[in-house]
Design a protein around this ligand. Sequence first.
Ligand code: S3P
Ligand code: PEP
Length: 405
Amino acid sequence: MSRVKVTHPTAKIDVTIPLTSSKSESNRALIIQALAEGGIELKNLAEARDTQTMIRLLASEEQTLDVLDAGTTMRFLTAWSVATGRDTIMTGTERMQERPIAILAEALKELGGDVEYLGKEGYPPLRIKGFKQKTNQISVKGDVSSQYISALLMIAPVLPEGLELKLLGEVASRPYIEMTLQLMTSFGVDWKWDGDTITVAHQAYQAGTFTVESDWSGASYWYSIAALAKDAKIKLLNLREESLQGDSAIVEIMEKLGVNSTFDAEGVLLTKGTISEDFDYDFTHCPDLAQTIVALCAALGVKARLTGLKSLRIKETDRIQALYNEVKKLGTTIEVIGDDEIIVPVGQLKFPEGVTVDTYEDHRMAMAFAPLALVHPVVIEEPDVVKKSYPRYWEHLELAGFEVE
Ligand SMILES: O=C(O)C1=C[C@@H](OP(=O)(O)O)[C@@H](O)[C@H](O)C1
Ligand SMILES: C=C(OP(=O)(O)O)C(=O)O
């Protein structure tokens, strides 16, 4: 067991942060590079463990590819293994073996992949043994994880007969699908999204250079810091107003929670704004921001209603339960409505003596609760969890004057 105590002596912040790069953009660019016939140069790849694992496994000659706890790495490499006809065993952490993959695995089987569940039906580990395309028309459910859809889209151009992918029902995390398609466009691939169907013909990825943007999900913790600080001038480098990342929605979200954003050629400057009395937002298309906002609203004492949270139950942990538990330990009881909605009541957190924040092997639990140190010292359990997406998080907090011991 390890833990850190996080404090901030002044709660006044004036800092420039060389934010971490986006693991979502990096992991897509790496898969596309692996599927292309050469000539793709990638700059500013993420140091996130999920991306470093992707790089390592793409270069590995081993049969077993262990993605650890990286969801995109699991889903994207599974599709890549099928499309390239590799003989692989895809596995990951105990939690990864509880994160569903049936929608993707069944779609790959229908396309002609030889895919078998080695443990529980519908979950990793998987054995992949080859591929001969049987059809190019498949349908997948769009409301469980967009990662299945991104995985299928990225392999689509290299499938001998291409792909006509029909999305069934509501489509969640839609900006991540758009990010995938935009990256495919960057490397010369054409596609058509018409109604509920995305069509990609067989074609080659073209050579090119791509520079990964900073991570907007990682930026969200700095927005929370700006909102909780007494004074704030925080410059986040290499972020653009027009981003491929849907989590840039944090800009409009935080306009309501007390942070102004000013963009220039270097990135974005965060300064103090005004806080609305009531906050209500649907996180269907930016699920990774929800923990930041629950922890922040509890600390601000602002009444908040968050909807569109269904996918939080199947991420690194059951994030709805984890939020409920940890906010409650700090003195506020959030209301969980069904699988999809959280209400944060008005009221001040109490930070009882001796209470520590558990992180449930989830990087976002650690990063979402650490900014609360601007209100009261917080102790975070297993601080190394941040390595999954933002290895320098604690170092960057120190740059901003936090003490992390
Ligand atoms: O495609 C991606 O890069 C991601 C998609 C989202 O997952 P879901 O589509 O499962 O919501 C998000 O939560 C995850 O952190 C990264
Ligand atoms: C859900 C996440 O990642 P993944 O699904 O790729 O493990 C995340 O980074 O919050």
